[in-house]
Design a protein around this ligand. Structure first.
Ligand SMILES: NC(=O)c1ccc[n+]([C@@H]2O[C@H](COP(=O)([O-])OP(=O)(O)OC[C@H]3O[C@@H](n4cnc5c(N)ncnc54)[C@H](O)[C@@H]3O)[C@@H](O)[C@H]2O)c1
Length: 252
């Protein structure tokens, strides 16, 4: 058991990558707070964990709202006593909209969910971690956080931003017992396509022009194992890095 007794908050944990991370963390002994916008799906995910003998609670929260993040931490601490690990995983796509077509509304929404939420989650987590001089942060970025045309302009900016804040937090708090790393998945088989309702044809063509270099799509479980490594003491000297998990796509 690599996370025995640890308390982990995983955002966007009712589906896809976040759900797999939550399940694996629970299997490894963590008490997991399943946070998601979709409260019913979050409750189902928590039930799956408890029925398998693990410990989990569901909290319906929109991570783009500060007051809901505060409530998320309050509920997690009320139930499990503290927080040791946060996984900033909740994210949405941007319909591959290029800069010439982006609206302020879409830009603000994608930046808010994918980037500002991670800053806010870390802001609260760090205040708890500093008291203990201990804590772990795992941020989910993307191939789009490292390369220029794996999505539209808003998603690309948000995920590049995640890489920046990960390195910033990692170095600035390195002597305070806090580690902060990111995972950059390639194409993963999840429900994230449901956040793409009307892809921009030009943006889609530009994004897809490199897609045939992707050796294969991955499964959420193949990201969860990386997230377990980063949260565990196996990674105690790993700080401020971005681990790509993409079957080799970014090596091209
Ligand atoms: N699937 C991929 O190919 C891929 C590739 C690279 C990175 N990622 C990243 O992985 C992360 C997880 O995505 P996924 O593919 O598992 O998608 P998913 O759609 O299957 O799961 C995302 C979950 O986040 C929740 N969510 C969305 N907005 C939220 C909000 N404001 N507050 C709380 N919860 C919210 C959704 O309800 C959903 O349950 C995202 O950050 C995504 O950008 C995914």
């Amino acid at each position: 058991m690599k996370l025995e007794g640890k308390v982990a908050i995983v955002t966007g944990a009712a589906s896809g990558v976040g759900k797999s991370i939550a399940k694996l963390y629970a299997d490894e002994g963590a008490k997991v707070v399943i946070c998601d916008l979709n409260g019913d799906a979050a409750s189902s995910a928590a039930d799956e964990i408890t029925q398998a003998g693990g410990q989990a609670i569901a909290v319906e929260a929109n991570v783009s709202k500060e007051e809901e993040i505060q409530s998320l931490f309050e509920q997690g601490i009320k139930h499990f006593g503290t927080v040791d690990i946060i996984v900033n995983n909740a994210g949405i796509m941007d319909n591959f909209v290029p800069v010439g077509e982006i609206t302020d509304e879409l830009w603000d929404r994608v930046i808010s969910v994918n980037l500002t939420s991670q800053m806010r989650m870390m802001r609260t987590a760090v205040s708890i971690f500093l008291e203990k001089q201990s804590g772990v942060i795992v941020n989910i970025t993307s191939a789009a956080g490292l390369f220029g045309s794996r999505a539209g302009v808003a998603y690309t900016a948000s995920k590049h931003g995640v890489v920046g804040i990960t390195k910033n937090v990692a170095f600035q708090y390195a002597e305070k017992g806090i580690r902060c790393n990111a995972i950059a998945p390639g194409g993963i088989n999840t429900n994230i396509g449901s956040t793409m309702n009307a892809p921009d044809p030009f943006g889609m063509e530009r994004v897809m022009s490199g897609a045939n270099n992707n050796p294969r799509n991955g499964d959420p479980e193949e990201i969860a194992t990386v997230a377990l490594f980063l949260a565990s003491d196996d990674a105690k000297y790993v700080n401020g890095t971005v681990i790509t998990a993409d079957g080799g796509w970014m090596a091209y």
